[in-house]
Design a protein around this ligand. Structure first.
Ligand SMILES: [Fe+2]
Length: 275
């Protein structure tokens, strides 16, 4: 079962797109529309819902924050149905051109993402009908991640870079050191409303993003101190009392777990030793 729930804030209309399995909400993602622009497209399972929600709305272009299946799921479908171009970072363009090779779990949660050719978006500002939009390259969650900043409205569309103040688990492709660098870049920007793709914060958005940055820095520092004392990943987890989710670890074959956060810092310290 799938479900769409509409919301609105100032000039932005947005939708929560949920997927249910065995009566449980197993995945939720948001898609945002303003001034003829759609930011992210939801999971493929919600294709009919997002198409229907956009009925009667002008749609000049689609922007993706990154290639992941819960964001790119309907991009090809909407491009065809609405005859609009869609844009993504060069690295995401390459991935979607080949199509995503998804795990059975991802197929269950989001649905398939067939190959589709988008337009490559550079990190240069452009205009929608009335607004200037600044893509901000912000890797760390994904190598092709863009946030979209609209200074005159105080909006930041932050894709998957926020999600929560405190993150407990990491996917194996995530890079904590890079996320810190991206968050440091983003908190310099002028915005108050954080349109996160999983957890919108329409008030005091910058405080939320700053809280996440501070939590990441604290975590990085704690792991770094123990790493320099010669602790192994397992010893670091024990010392910092990091509780593993055996459920997530098991169902994702280790692709999503607490251990990945520690490993990501250790990997970063090996590549960029800071003495
Ligand atoms: Fe993502």
């Amino acid at each position: 079962m799938v479900r769409i729930t509409p919301f609105g804030y100032e000039d932005v209309q947005y939708w929560r797109l949920s997927v249910y399995r065995l009566g449980k909400n197993v995945q939720t993602v948001y898609a945002y529309w303003l001034d003829g622009i759609l930011i992210d497209t939801g999971q493929r399972h919600n294709g009919g819902n997002i198409l229907h929600a956009l009925e009667g709305k002008p749609l000049d272009r689609i922007l993706l924050t990154h290639h992941h299946e819960d964001h790119s799921g309907n991009v090809g479908y909407l491009m065809k149905k609405r005859q609009v171009p869609a844009y993504i970072h060069r690295l995401g363009y390459e991935k979607l051109k080949k199509g995503l090779n998804l795990s059975p779990l991802a197929l269950m949660l989001s649905g398939e993402v067939k190959k589709v050719e988008l337009e490559i978006l550079e990190e240069t500002p452009f205009y929608s009908k009335n607004l200037q939009i600044f893509p901000v390259y912000s890797p760390g969650h994904a190598e092709d991640h863009y946030c979209y900043h609209i200074p005159e409205k105080g909006y930041l569309f932050s894709g998957d870079l926020y999600v929560a103040d405190k993150i407990k688990y990491f996917a194996d492709f995530e890079d904590l050191g890079l996320q810190i660098k991206s968050l440091e870049k983003l908190v310099q920007l002028d915005f108050d409303t954080l349109f996160c793709a999983h957890n919108p914060k329409v008030k005091q958005g910058k405080e939320r993003l700053t809280a996440k940055l501070n939590n990441f820095k604290h975590f990085y520092g704690a792991v770094e101190r123990l790493y320099h004392k010669g602790y192994t990943t397992a010893e670091i987890m024990k010392e910092l009392q990091i509780v593993e989710s055996s459920f997530y670890k098991y169902i994702t074959f280790g692709n999503f777990c607490a251990e990945n956060m520690v490993k990501s810092v250790v990997k970063d310290l090996k590549i960029n030793p800071r003495g």
